[in-house]
Ligand binder design. Structure first.
Ligand code: ATP
Ligand code: MG
Length: 332
């Protein structure tokens, strides 16, 4: 995609690779295992998949705090991959990350204002007046009282902490925001206001999002496209409505069937059962085959390639042509 804001090609991230005290190499886990993804300016791309499939690792590699093992990362068509984390962050300052747990990401001893100013100081902004003004503006932007700058994290509600997490990156004027579970743990009404805020900020500030979530109903409401990840790979990528109305990968169907807020009992496919395999012990062939209702003989030894099966619909499954027609759950 040549008009992409961000593009990653065949990205691989290995975690836990090191040498033990006896000098023996530990192989590590391929938490991201050959991901291709392009995001256009202004788009919201959802990233879903079970816990441990590598969503946060992919985001942290794109951000540059985790070094990739192989593959390319392009921002505005320029290569920003292959750099050590210290330089990578500088080259990717247009990309910011909203942490999965905003409470844990904040220093309890620092006021909100000090935390928000810190990023600006790191970026070399020396004027205290300018920093304070930017913090005031960011707090207003996320619907908080600028006086909140004097408060401490423990004095804030979960919803307010999420807003602070978003304000914290807005002061840095990003173009691409990686949102890691930005509504997890919030009650439905607070969740709705955070989602409204994100949509509104995208419109007003021209932001682009990679939106990580477990909640398919939220993803459906917010995202333009959805990437479904399984054991470090994207197994299906489609426009949101296409992904929900005509999913082609058995794993996507199983995720939809297992989603409690999507009338699961009415979906024809059986939900995924049991735990996914450990990323250190990825099955041969298609990594999903031991849990797949539709696996055939070839699936246990042939690795599926990503196939473009329709305009902007990619699937990585050897058997997608043989799957039964998909029944969209009735919403009665
Ligand atoms: N430092 C590490 N060393 C080895 N393995 C790790 C390390 N950190 C994470 N992992 C493993 O890498 C895999 C991917 O983890 P990651 O946090 O990216 O998953 P996730 O999709 O974000 O999960 P969740 O939905 O629970 O946040 C997991 O299996 C995890 O156990
Ligand atoms: Mg995560």
């Amino acid at each position: 995609m040549n008009d992409a804001l961000l593009e990653v090609r065949n990205l691989v991230t290995v975690l836990g690779q090191r040498t033990d005290i006896l000098g023996r190499g530990l192989r590590g886990v391929r938490a991201v295992d050959g991901v291709d993804l392009a995001i256009r300016p202004g788009e919201i791309v959802g990233l879903v998949g079970e816990s441990g499939c590598g969503k946060s690792t992919l985001a942290r590699t794109i951000l540059g705090v985790q070094r990739e093992h192989a593959g390319e990362i392009l921002l505005d068509g320029r290569t920003v991959g292959g750099l050590a984390p210290s330089v990578a962050r500088q080259a990717r300052k247009d990309i910011q990350y909203v942490h999965q747990d905003p409470g844990a990401a904040l220093d309890p001893w620092w006021s909100i204002g000090r935390t928000l100013e810190e990023g600006l100081t790191i970026l070399g902004n020396r004027s205290a007046t300018d920093r304070r003004e930017r913090v005031r503006r960011a707090l207003t932007e996320v619907g908080l009282d600028p006086a909140m700058a004097g408060r401490y994290p423990h004095e804030l509600s979960g919803g307010q902490l999420r807003r602070v997490g978003i304000a914290r990156i807005l002061v840095l004027q990003p173009r691409l925001v990686l949102l890691d579970e930005p509504t997890a743990g919030l009650d439905l009404s607070v969740q709705a206001t955070v989602l409204r805020l994100l949509r509104d900020l995208r419109g007003r500030l021209g932001l682009t999002y990679l939106f990580i979530s477990h909640d398919l109903a939220v993803v459906r409401a917010l995202c333009d496209r959805i990437a479904i990840m399984y054991l470090g790979r994207i197994v299906e990528l489609a426009d949101t409505e296409q992904a929900f109305n005509a999913p082609r990968h058995p794993y996507t169907r199983a995720l939809l069937a297992a989603s409690p807020r999507l009338d699961s009992a009415l979906v024809s496919d059986v939900p995924v059962l049991g735990e996914p395999p450990k990323p250190g012990a990825v099955p041969a062939g298609c990594a999903f085959h031991p849990r797949c209702n539709h696996a055939g003989e070839q699936c246990s030894h042939r690795k599926p390639e990503s196939e473009m099966i329709a305009a902007s619909h990619l699937v990585s499954c050897l058997r997608w042509r043989d799957l039964p027609a998909y029944t969209v759950p009735s919403r009665s």
